[in-house]
Design a protein around this ligand. Structure first.
Ligand code: FES
Length: 67
């Protein structure tokens, strides 16, 4: 996932629930529309958690759910 990839290159992205969709601390904002459009659509569970994320945008995703 993007969360794991971030950790591998020492980017300090939080992931309090370790990818079990029980937090929104891994919130990322995808800046590249082309890349965003290539991603699988978020599941309902991801969307529910995203709703709780601080500073939600149209291209917000949960880092642990994005491959
Ligand atoms: Fe908790 Fe992604 S690490 S939802």
């Amino acid at each position: 996932s993007m969360l794991e990839a971030a950790h591998e290159i020492d980017i300090d992205l939080e992931g309090a629930c370790e990818g079990s969709l029980a937090c929104s601390t891994c919130h990322v904002i995808v800046m590249d529309m082309e890349y965003y459009n290539k991603l699988e659509d978020p599941t309902d569970e991801e969307n529910d958690m995203l709703d709780l994320a601080f500073g939600l945008t149209d291209t917000s995703r949960l880092g642990c759910q994005v491959i």
